[in-house]
Design a protein around this ligand. Structure first.
Ligand code: LER
Ligand code: MN
Length: 271
């Protein structure tokens, strides 16, 4: 069954990002539960930012699942990426994500590698950079597997990375490097910019998709832009997608209304 989730970011440095809730953890979870979301996706500044016992109690209290954990703070706060030319920084990036994997896996949730993938630098070599990325994903994918989770890699739009921008690029990379424990994140906002046909890409690379970010063409909550959601919802059903559709959108016009708009759209397309 396809499940709904909503993002909660607890990182002050990225408050202006596309997250629905970004204040108090418990208040946000209470609201998510009241609206009927199945899960929450968390962005924290590090793996030890929240006491896992406390999170476990809140998940139990509000009957929510942890859908995924984001790792972007590793780049935003600590300047780490998996493709930094400095091997020490790559090592620290792996260690940061590794801790996030362990944190998420306690609750059966995967970690997401989005901005932590980095970029090929103007002075860099593309093949070498992609080799570093493959090495990082291989190590972290194996770790996720050993903790009974999986790892999510997110193709981003061209303004955020020059590594991989489409499901086709991400899917081919996974296949080429036999990254069996890595699944793709289909972020509908990035796909709106990069894919020729969002629904067709979902049909073509569906077997690799492990998570979906739900946002409209302008990154407002679904329904507030011009994305044609009908064929996308059909494609996700056709591939038998059973993961989360997680609202990673601007809290527009405010977090509460954005959350309500999102759950209404989720029900419209998936219930
Ligand atoms: C992360 O999931 C993402 O989509 C990035 O664009 C956030 O900056
Ligand atoms: Mn995303």
């Amino acid at each position: 069954m396809i499940k709904s989730a909503v993002t909660i970011a607890l990182v002050p440095q990225i408050k202006s990002g596309p997250w629905i809730f970004w204040e108090d953890l418990e208040q946000s979870m209470k609201k998510a539960a009241a609206l009927g979301f199945d899960g929450i996706e968390l962005f924290t500044s590090s793996a030890d930012a929240i006491d896992p016992d406390h999170l476990g109690e809140l998940l139990e209290k509000y009957q929510l699942q942890l859908a995924a954990v984001g790792t972007g703070a590793g780049k935003v706060i600590h300047g780490l990426t998996l493709t930094d030319p400095d091997p020490e920084i790559r090592k620290k990036a792996i260690s940061f994500i590794s801790d996030m994997i362990t944190f998420g896996a306690k609750f059966g949730a995967p970690a997401i590698i989005g901005s932590m993938q980095g970029n090929v630098l103007p002075t860099g070599d593309r093949e070498e950079t992609l080799t570093w990325l493959a090495e990082g994903l291989e190590i972290l994918g194996k770790q996720a597997e050993s903790e009974r989770a999986f790892l999510i890699y997110e193709p981003l739009n061209r303004y955020e990375t020059n590594l991989m921008n489409t499901l086709a690029a991400g899917g081919s990379f996974i296949e080429k490097h036999r990254l069996n424990k890595v699944r793709l994140l289909a972020d509908l906002f990035h796909m709106n910019i990069e894919e020729e046909n969002i629904a067709q890409s979902i049909l073509d690379f569906g077997k690799h998709i492990g998570h979906v970010h739900f946002a409209d063409s302008n990154r407002k909550p679904m329904g507030l832009g011009h994305t044609d959601m009908g064929p996308i919802a059909e494609a996700l059903k056709e591939i038998g997608y059973e993961g989360y559709i997680s609202a990673e959108a601007f809290p527009s016009p405010n977090p509460d209304t954005a959350a309500e708009q999102t759950i209404q759209e989720f029900r419209k397309w998936f219930k």
